[in-house]
Design a binder for this molecule. Structure first.
Ligand SMILES: N[C@@H](CCC(=O)N[C@@H](CS)C(=O)NCC(=O)O)C(=O)O
Length: 226
């Protein structure tokens, strides 16, 4: 008889890269869950109840107990549904490294990209581009196999999904070139492998909508700066 893992609820929004991390992990592991689509301009009572501190998606509720923050949720999912498609390596050192790089993506890469793309001030944008290229270089050197997780998608790949799907959409929307195939051949190829993985592909939102969203965001930042 299949093990009963209890009820799983997952709160996200279709365009959220952080929510997609959780969806990718759940889908890779074949977890059954009920999905709640949030309107972030009008957050539900349940979202505010389950994530009163950050009031953000994603939130995972397992057997009535809520968890927030995508990287925390990914590790929890891996511990509970461990044997099916493991996301973290077995060895403590490798496991610690996977945590290091996942946090590096959130702490260094994403802020630099946002600065490069969505700052009105030209010098700040250039600084953001330099910081982004430096951060991407570290990841390019760290990528040794098909995926950061080896032959299959792991924690770092899921954390880096922003670079595979959202960054190219941002580049198109604001006319920026960061993750190019000549500068970052391994990372570029990885991005294609990752977004074409059948499980990942099914979770991703429509690219044109995401590009449109970023174009509007960019236009409003530029308009506000005038
Ligand atoms: N560090 C958080 C970031 C989550 C996040 O920024 N979520 C956004 C959607 S992409 C959100 O819910 N924003 C709502 C708000 O800021 O009010 C994570 O990793 O889960």
């Amino acid at each position: 008889m299949a093990k009963d893992y209890g009820e799983v609820k997952f709160f996200g929004t279709v365009g959220s890269p952080f929510a997609k991390r959780v969806q990718i992990a759940l889908d890779l592991k074949g977890v059954q869950y009920t999905y709640f689509e949030e309107d972030l301009r009008n957050k539900s009572e349940l979202l505010l109840k389950y994530n009163p501190i950050h009031k953000k998606v994603p939130v995972l509720v397992h057997k009535g107990r809520p968890l927030a923050e995508s990287l925390v949720i990914l590790e929890y999912i891996d511990e509970i549904w461990g044997s099916n498609h493991p996301l973290l390596p077995q060895q403590p050192y490798d496991k610690a490294l996977a945590r290091f790089w996942s946090r590096f993506i959130d702490d260094k890469c994403l802020p630099a990209i946002l600065k490069a793309a969505f700052t009105a001030n030209k010098e700040e944008r250039e600084k953001g581009s330099e910081e982004s290229l430096e951060a991407l270089e570290y990841l390019e050197n760290e990528l040794k196999d098909k995926f950061f997780g080896g032959e299959s998608i792991g924690l770092v790949d899921i954390a880096a999904s922003y670079l595979a799907f959202w960054l190219p959409a941002i580049e198109e929307a604001v006319g920026l070139k960061l993750l190019t195939s000549d500068k970052f051949p391994k990372l570029h190829k990885w991005g294609q492998e990752f977004t074409n993985h059948p499980v990942v592909k099914k979770t991703l939102p429509q690219r044109e909508k995401v590009v449109g969203f970023f174009k509007a965001r960019y236009a409003s930042i530029i308009a506000a700066s005038k």
